[in-house]
Design a protein around this ligand. Structure first.
Ligand code: APR
Length: 260
C-alpha cells in the first residue's frame, strides 16, 4: 500500500531535508506569489522585487514590505509549521530550507532553518551590507522619502534584506542547503511551485543520493516529477496526519485547544 510505503520512508529516515515555499504559509492567512490570489497578481515583481525597482521607487517598495511585516505579525503558525518543528526535534540529522521570508517556522519551534530568500524583519545597509532587525528601531507605519530606513552607523539608506530577482542566494546558505539535500535519505517538498531556479536543484541532489522525495502541494508543480510520493493536499492537513500516523500525536487537535 502506498501509505505504508510512505510511512516506512518517514519511519526509516535518519537524515531529513525539507524545502518549503509560500504554500506553507497559506493556511496562516498569508498569500503565496503565483496562485490566483498571489502577491505577483497584485504587485509587479519587477517593481517590488528587483534592485532596479527599489532604486526607481524605494518608498513604494518599503511600504509593501511594511505591510507584509504587519501581515506576518498578525499571522500564526499553522499545523503544517508545527509538524515540521516536530520533525526537527525528532530526526537526528535535519535541515529546513525555506524560501519564505516570514518567521512562522521559527515561531512554531523549528530550529535548524536556512532562509535562502532573506528575512522580512531585516534591513541591510546599502553601503556596508550590515544587517539590522527593523523591530529594534522606531520606524513609521508608512514611509515617505524623508523617513526611509537608514543605517544607524553611517546613515546610508537601507534596503529590505531579501534576495530579489536577478540576485544570488548567499553562498554559505546555498552550500548548507545543497549539502543537506545531497546527503539526505528523505526530502520533503512543501508548498512550492518550484518556479524559482527549478527549486535550486535540491531534488536532483537528493535523488542522486537515493533519497525518497515526498511532495505536499494541492497542485502539480515543477518539482512534482521528482517525487516518489505526491500528496495533493494542503500542508496543514497532510503533515499533521503523517505525524499522527507516525507518533499518535494529533497536532491539529492541540492547536484548536490552544486557541480556545
Ligand atoms: N499547502 C501546500 N501547498 C500549497 C498550499 C497549501 N495550503 N496552498 C498553495 N500551495 C502551493 C501552490 O499550489 C503553489 O505550487 O504553493 C505553491 C506556491 O507557489 P509560489 O506562489 O510560486 O511560491 P514559491 O514557490 O514559494 O515561490 C518561490 O518566488 O516570488 C519568489 O522569492 C519569492 O520565495 C518566492 C519564490
Amino acid at each position: 500500500m502506498i501509505r505504508d510505503q510512505l510511512l516506512d520512508a518517514f519511519g526509516k529516515a535518519k537524515r531529513v531535508f525539507v524545502f518549503t515555499g509560500a504554500g506553507a504559509i497559506k493556511e496562516s492567512g498569508l498569500p503565496t506569489f503565483r496562485d490566483l490570489d498571489g502577491e505577483w497578481r497584485k504587485y509587479d515583481p519587477m517593481t517590488f522585487a528587483t534592485m532596479e525597482g527599489f532604486v526607481r521607487d524605494p518608498v513604494a517598495v518599503w511600504n509593501m514590505y511594511r505591510m507584509r511585516q504587519k501581515q506576518i505579525a498578525q499571522a500564526e503558525p499553522n499545523p503544517g509549521h508545527v509538524t515540521l518543528s516536530r520533525f526537527d526535534h525528532h530526526y537526528p540529522d535535519f535541515l529546513l530550507t525555506t524560501q519564505n521570508v516570514d518567521d512562522l517556522h521559527e515561531r512554531a519551534g523549528s530550529r535548524r532553518i536556512v532562509k535562502i530568500h532573506g528575512n522580512a524583519w531585516e534591513m541591510r545597509c546599502l553601503d556596508t551590507g550590515e544587517v539590522f532587525d527593523v523591530r529594534d528601531f522606531d520606524l513609521p507605519d508608512e514611509f515617505t522619502v524623508n523617513t526611509l530606513p537608514r543605517c544607524p552607523r553611517c546613515g546610508t539608506i537601507c534596503r529590505p534584506n531579501i534576495v530579489w530577482f536577478g540576485e544570488y542566494v548567499p553562498q554559505d546558505l546555498m552550500m548548507a542547503s545543497m549539502n543537506a539535500a545531497a546527503t539526505c535519505d528523505l526530502m520533503l517538498v512543501v508548498g512550492t511551485s518550484g518556479e524559482v531556479s527549478n527549486g535550486y536543484g535540491f531534488a536532483e541532489y537528493a535523488l542522486a543520493n537515493g533519497a525518497k522525495i515526498v511532495e505536499i502541494n494541492p497542485r502539480e508543480g515543477a518539482l512534482t516529477h521528482y517525487a516518489h510520493f505526491w500528496i495533493p493536499e494542503p500542508a496543514g492537513v497532510a503533515l499533521p496526519r503523517i505525524w499522527r500516523l507516525l507518533t499518535g500525536e494529533d497536532i491539529s487537535y492541540q492547536l484548536s485547544e490552544n486557541e480556545s
